[in-house]
Design a binder for this molecule. Structure first.
Ligand code: TYD
Ligand code: MG
Length: 473
């Protein structure tokens, strides 16, 4: 009996089917299954009719052995190296995803050039542009003097054969994995099977030769790296390059990293001369602040090991709809819902008749629960039309009981606030005593405490609407 082939592949998760169907049973996506030819099986087996290869025994190693820290090659680009975990690890494969036009090619030609400048062999393979286009970009970036080796190629077999000649490159950039194809499978470039097979070959090359390989990956409409999720599992690190359309800031974030932390971010600014590193992001994110506007507060956050001050902006306005709107940009909508519920249940702040909008300025995306207090303060400040003091920062996590809980790295947050000229900080009660020279603390035990300071007469009846921090100075 002929072997049944699995010709239909889900373009979202890579599950295979023998016939077409509308919905993928594996990931639940609709209309993602496409015919790809008899492909998948052949990568896994040696081919029809051939007997399976006999395995060769290999030596096993004891767990205790000579310890070797993965040596890293610093690219010299501080922001990139920070996100990569300190530099590129030889033999590792990175996947860099991001929207079209966000600057992936720009960033990677800069990294390739930086490494070439430091005397390492570095190769940039593009499947999207011509060599002339890459040269033109490099010219704009002033990198043409550096010995980066370029090629416009899409055949993985040819690429690997070329790279295996001569001195093994330290860095290989493949822009992008979706344009690559291999003879091993029959489906068209860009399909899940091709992407997966090409990635597999390139990963095998990286491990064998010891080169660091960076794959560029396209991003689908909903922000996923296109192609099978398995590619994300196959590579050592997944970095995403993000930015808001109207802003010049770009943020490089690690979604997965086998060789480093995933909470570090790299901040860049897109300039006429390429991507510039932003060493002091707080100053940039606060540079367009409107002082004294109700509904805006400054959150003292952390991104990885680095403190980062950002502005939270809220607008609370009476609704004209049956169901009020809740829109949030740059923060978790579920946390907004929770903060609204706590304000309502424990602080007597009724927002059922109001539309609520919350925005993190500068296009940044905040994930920390420590931002709860800042978000709540922005909401209450907008509702009361009462600006908070311009020289105050806030941080603290709000629990469902309405208590303000301590957060990690309080001293680092306070230090950054003082460095940027802030004079006071609204902090969780447990952080009392962490004062710094020139920075006074206003500890709050509950969210109701904070609300009472902003809204006079609601709870606690204190009448100092404009000075949430001043009372305990
Ligand atoms: P690019 O790196 O081609 O994006 P991607 O590879 O992610 O698709 O970046 C393209 C954008 O970057 C383009 O809109 C122009 C802008 N850009 C600058 O602003 N300055 C520069 O020096 C360069 C090279 C690009
Ligand atoms: Mg590109």
């Amino acid at each position: 009996m002929a072997k049944k082939t699995q010709d239909f592949v889900c373009q979202s998760c890579g599950a295979t089917y023998t016939r077409w169907q509308g919905k993928c049973d594996a990931c639940g996506e609709w209309n993602t299954i496409a015919e790809e030819g008899t492909a998948t099986e052949r990568i896994l087996s040696a081919g029809p009719g051939r007997p399976p290869r006999k395995g060769k025994p290999f030596a096993l190693q004891p767990l205790a052995g000579e310890q070797r820290e993965a040596p890293r090659i610093a690219s010299g680009n501080g922001e990139f190296d920070r996100v990569a975990g300190g530099g590129l690890v030889p033999g590792s494969v990175l996947l860099v995803g991001g929207d079209p036009g966000i600057g992936k090619s720009t960033l990677l030609i800069q990294i390739a050039a930086a490494l070439a400048g430091a005397g390492h062999r570095s190769v940039y393979i593009t499947g999207e542009e011509s060599v002339a286009q890459v040269r033109l970009r490099a010219e704009r970036l002033g990198l043409t003097a550096l010995p980066v080796e370029l090629a416009a190629e899409t055949s993985v077999e040819d690429i690997i054969a070329t790279l295996s000649q001569g001195k093994i490159p330290r860095l290989v950039v493949i822009d992008s994995i979706q344009t690559m194809w291999t003879d091993m499978v029959e489906s068209a470039p860009g399909t899940v099977t091709q992407v997966r097979a090409s990635a597999q070959l390139l990963i095998r090359f990286a491990k064998r030769a010891g080169s660091a390989v960076i794959l560029v990956g396209h991003v689908t409409k909903d922000g996923q790296i296109a192609g099978p999720r398995v590619v994300e599992h196959m590579v050592d690190a997944v970095l995403s390059f993000e930015g808001e359309g109207g802003h010049h800031f770009r943020i490089l974030r690690a979604a997965k990293n086998r060789f480093g932390a995933t909470d570090e971010i790299g901040v860049f600014e897109m300039t006429g001369g390429g991507l510039a590193e932003v060493a002091n992001p707080s100053a940039i994110f606060l540079s367009e602040r409107e002082l004294g506007a109700p509904g805006t507060v400054v959150f003292a956050g952390m991104e990885g090991t680095r403190p980062l001050l950002v502005e939270f902006q809220a607008l609370v306005a009476p609704t004209s709809l049956g169901t009020p709107r809740r829109a949030v940009v740059g923060w978790d909508p579920a946390r907004l819902a929770m903060v609204l519920a706590v304000l309502e249940a424990h602080c007597g702040v009724k927002l059922g008749g109001y539309d609520v909008y919350l925005n993190v300025a500068g296009g940044l995306r905040i994930q920390e629960p420590a931002a709860d207090l800042a978000a709540a303060a922005a909401l209450v400040s907008s509702l009361a039309k009462t600006p908070l003091p311009a020289d105050a920062v806030l941080f603290g996590e709000v629990s469902l009981s309405g208590a303000v809980r301590p957060v990690a790295h309080a001293p680092a947050r306070l230090k950054e606030a003082r460095k940027l000229g802030f004079g006071r900080a609204v902090v969780p009660e447990a952080t009392r005593g962490a004062e710094q020279d020139g920075l006074s603390l206003a500890p709050v035990a509950t969210l109701a405490d904070l609300v009472a300071r902003i809204l006079p007469g609601e709870r606690g009846g204190r009448r100092q609407p404009r000075a949430p921090a001043a009372e305990r100075d």
